[in-house]
Design a protein around this ligand. Structure first.
Ligand code: G3P
Ligand code: CA
Length: 243
């Protein structure tokens, strides 16, 4: 069976490594992932911080909002210890550190950067991200995503060529509206939702998340979706090769 579905590692190889860390991204690539998904916020001093939550509480040994801390303060935190003792001392990366790592290995896959602006909208984040990438020559395919349609619209106004995907859990109507406005190219829906309600967009424009079970992976591979976003890229690579 010819399957063109790409495998994108959700926050890196999150099932086996501390999420959103350099070791997690490197592991995913070693496992054969063709894409990396990650989340970006602004620190107090407007540095790009790679983390999922708005606070550092769940994934580090610190507490408090990212936006209330400087990069220096965030760099002192341990982003590995809560996952396991083995990863004690792992730092929270900046966007630049992740990109440098990908450029060093000439990563030509997908770099899916989620603008984490759905709970806190960081003023100026879209422009800052655009300006950062505009000054670089990078080998990967950059795909921006966000649950916040406004963020995607802001970015689209700054850079109409930015490749954008709309994330959503259940808001089909919003997705349809955005599709009509031609702001976004693709959709990143919750796999649970997409299985309950057959989606109107062609499979080649879908990259569902979080596709972790064998059944869900098969569901996406059989429909030849554009990609799966998974915590277990190694398992997905293996399963795809067996189909
Ligand atoms: O990009 C897919 C996925 O990351 C969206 O959900 O909450 O894990 O950022 P979340
Ligand atoms: Ca994300």
């Amino acid at each position: 069976m010819q399957i063109d579905t790409k495998i994108i590692a959700h926050r890196g190889s999150r099932g086996t490594r501390p999420e959103n860390t350099l070791v997690s991204f490197q592991t995913a690539i070693n496992e054969g992932a063709e894409g990396i998904e990650t989340d970006v916020h602004f620190s107090k001093d407007k540095q790009f911080i790679i983390m999922h939550d708005e606070t550092v509480d769940r994934t580090t040994n610190g507490t408090g909002l990212i936006m209330d801390k400087t990069l220096g303060e965030i760099k002192k935190l341990d982003a590995g210890i809560r996952f396991s003792e083995e990863f004690k001392g792992t730092q929270v990366p900046t966007l630049q550190e992740v990109v440098n790592m990908l450029m060093k290995i000439n990563f030509t896959g997908i770099f899916n950067l989620e603008l984490k602006t759905n709970k806190i909208h960081y003023p100026g984040l879209e422009r800052a991200v655009y300006e950062y990438f505009a000054g670089l020559r990078y080998p990967f395919q950059l795909i921006y995503s966000s649950f916040n349609g406004k963020s995607l619209e802001i970015l689209n106004k700054i850079d109409p060529k930015a490749y954008e995907a709309r994330l959503f859990k259940t808001a089909a109507k919003q997705a349809k509206t955005l599709k009509r406005s031609k702001v976004v190219e693709d959709f990143h829906p919750d796999i649970k939702w997409i299985k309950q309600h057959p989606f109107y967009a062609p499979a080649r424009h879908l990259r569902p998340w979080v596709v972790n079970s064998t059944e869900d992976m098969q569901y996406c591979f059989e429909r030849n979706m554009a990609a799966v976003i998974t915590d277990y890229p190694g398992r997905a690579v293996q399963l795809r090769s067996e189909m």
